[in-house]
Design a protein around this ligand. Structure first.
Ligand code: DLL
Length: 432
């Protein structure tokens, strides 16, 4: 039985009707309250009345991160400041922060979305959940916190910063669920294993997201901690965590289409992609009040399916993310994503998914070095074994990426662990 059947199991026609009604209202409201959009629509010769439903979505202008930066801090807000009850911001790597504001209703909708995600992962009022995403301007901590509280679970607001304390409390409080980035959870799992505490841990579910991860990484986490790991997706501009998440079948992430209309476009031509084709994910918010966005280009690369899921939900599903278009490295003309490296490394039993990609340019030639952690024993054994393993990993990576790779094996714990989003790439070409 699906907890939120009325919202998650509608027929496509019912969903389209609901979305169209919400879209019409929101376009009208935004046109009259956000100068930036009104100007853009006027330049394109569109009036609110031209948007009759979802079929007219393509007439609306796209929004990009630069629109948010150009109107920094509050230029895209659609309500007076007195109606804004919370602000979040993401720093990004360049320029000013991206600022988003929430009205009380926005916070309620956000809570509702996260509650739906947690319920989909089988979490309920008898669970104790440690929220180990960062609390603060990042949306992970507070987003999961309010959603879990709204569900009625017992929240332990850990934030990040002290893995030992997190594990002690996990054991003492008999914590049954955790929410954090997948890379941090892997670090937690290894620390638990080293401390010989695995049999004292009662975790049954993990809600992981905020960074790309692969099915192999999920398997590794599930095997290490004997739990079920679920994927949660979101971005501050649209909401924070809770825009989409996967169910127990792990066949893509269900998008909460009653609040966000997804599109997949070709990032070069900006034309819509066919169902199943990989492209850039674009969202239009249809219930947000504080900062409603038209066709926001997420830069995240995925594909979409409208087939009914085995779980019974009819919500559109997006496939796991291949990465972001701005994470994509072009090395000697070949497109390379960190997620390809992760997936390939997880095929090699002797490695761990802790790696760092270092890209450099020597004599005008791009060089990719991948540093990989391997078990300690390889460094005490004969040098020949280390060489053989280096060759094996180079071969696996070369066939996965289609370019030659310099592999450097490093001892466990050499690569810095992150408690938030993992850093996987150092591109020295950008530093010169
Ligand atoms: O990362 C919100 C979040 C917090 C999501 C906690 C899930 C859990 P931002 O900092 O704005 O917001 O970063 C958003 O992170 O565009 C993706 O590139 C990436 N991302 C988020 N979730 C996933 C995921 C939060 N499940 C950016 N898989 C997005 C892959 C993800 N990438």
């Amino acid at each position: 039985m699906i907890w939120n059947e009325a919202k998650e199991c509608m027929s496509r026609d019912e969903m389209t009707n609901l979305q169209s009604a919400r879209l019409r209202k929101m376009v009208n409201r935004v046109y009259h309250s956000v100068e930036h959009y009104r100007r853009k629509m006027q330049q394109m010769g569109i009036e609110p009345g031209d948007i009759k439903g979802v079929e007219d979505l393509g007439k609306l202008p796209f929004t990009t991160k630069s629109d948010l930066r150009d109107t920094y801090p509050f230029g895209l807000f659609a309500v007076p400041q007195s109606e804004i009850v919370r602000i979040h911001a993401s720093s990004g790597t360049t320029g000013k922060a991206t600022v988003v504001g929430y009205t009380r209703k926005d916070i309620e909708i956000w809570q509702e979305c996260v509650t739906r995600v947690l319920a989909m992962a089988g979490i309920g009022i008898n669970d104790k959940i440690q929220v180990a995403y960062g609390y603060g301007l990042f949306t992970g901590g507070l987003g999961l916190h309010y959603g879990a509280e709204n569900l009625g679970a017992t929240v332990v607001p850990m934030s990040t910063g002290n893995t030992q304390r997190l594990i002690t409390m996990m054991e003492d409080f008999e914590v049954t669920a955790i929410a954090c980035t997948p890379s941090y959870l892997l670090h937690i799992a290894e620390t638990i294993q080293e401390a010989g505490k695995l049999d004292k841990i009662r975790l049954k579910a993990a809600i992981c997201g905020a960074e790309p991860w692969t099915d192999n990484m999920r398997n590794e986490i599930e095997d290490k901690l004997h739990l079920k790991a679920y994927d949660i997706y979101g971005l501050s501009e649209i909401l924070g965590p809770g825009v989409a998440a996967d169910c127990e079948y792990h066949k893509g992430l269900h998008v909460y289409e009653d609040h966000f209309i997804p599109e997949i476009i070709n990032p070069e031509t900006l034309e819509p992609c066919k169902e199943g084709e990989t492209g850039e994910l674009v969202f239009t918010t249809i219930t947000k009040e504080g900062i409603p966005l038209f066709r926001y280009r997420t830069r995240d690369l995925t594909s979409i399916s409208y087939d009914k899921c085995e779980c019974g939900r009819t919500l559109a599903r997006i496939s796991r993310f291949k990465g972001r278009s701005d994470d994509m490295l072009i090395i000697r003309g070949v497109n390379v994503f960190p997620s390809q490296v992760e997936a390939a490394l997880l095929e090699v039993a002797e490695t761990s998914p802790h790696y760092m990609m270092i890209v450099d340019r020597v004599n005008n030639l791009d060089i990719l070095e991948v540093q990989v952690e391997v078990e300690e024993r390889f460094f005490s054994d004969e040098i020949r074994e280390l060489e053989m393993l280096t060759k094996k990993i180079s071969h696996v990576l070369q066939s996965a990426l289609g370019i030659s790779v310099k592999v450097t094996l490093v001892e466990p714990k050499t690569i810095a662990r992150s408690e938030g989003k993992a850093k996987r790439v150092i591109d020295k070409r950008k530093l010169v």
